[in-house]
Write a protein that binds this ligand. Structure first.
Ligand code: FES
Length: 127
């Protein structure tokens, strides 16, 4: 029997993760952003104790950053890196410090972390 495609849930405005699942400068957690398109994802990472979330699109070309799902950090764990051409972004504000999109920024997703939960707003901040 042929199945119908599942429509994205455009009414969802937040996503919630357990704080314990987001480790310092380790794998990021990915999630869908259906409001931005069928294949657009976001991610959240922890850096210097704080959680930061971004749209998973390089500021150079709109491709996902991670070289394996969830792998966003450089080997030194000091910057987020794009797997395609190596742009590097500050984890704490998404500003590109090196690479073809130097001076541009990732699109930020606002979040709050309280009671061991990370609540991410799925609508990006407009700069
Ligand atoms: S696509 Fe990310 S640096 Fe070129």
């Amino acid at each position: 029997m042929k199945q119908s495609p599942i429509a994205p849930d455009l009414s969802q405005s937040t996503i919630v993760f357990d704080s314990a699942d987001l480790l310092e400068a380790d794998k990021g957690l990915r999630f869908a952003l259906p409001n931005l398109g069928e294949f657009v994802t976001g991610f959240v990472v922890r850096f210097q104790g704080q959680a930061y979330a971004y749209v998973n699109q390089c500021a150079h070309v709109s491709v996902e950053l991670d070289w394996n799902h969830g792998d966003f950090f450089t080997r030194q764990k000091d910057y987020l890196v794009c797997a395609t051409h190596g742009a590097q972004y500050r984890p704490d504000n998404g500003f590109c410090v090196m690479g073809p999109c130097k001076g541009k920024s990732l699109k930020t997703l606002t979040l709050t972390e309280q009671n061991q939960k990370i609540i991410i707003n799925l609508i990006p901040t407009i700069d």
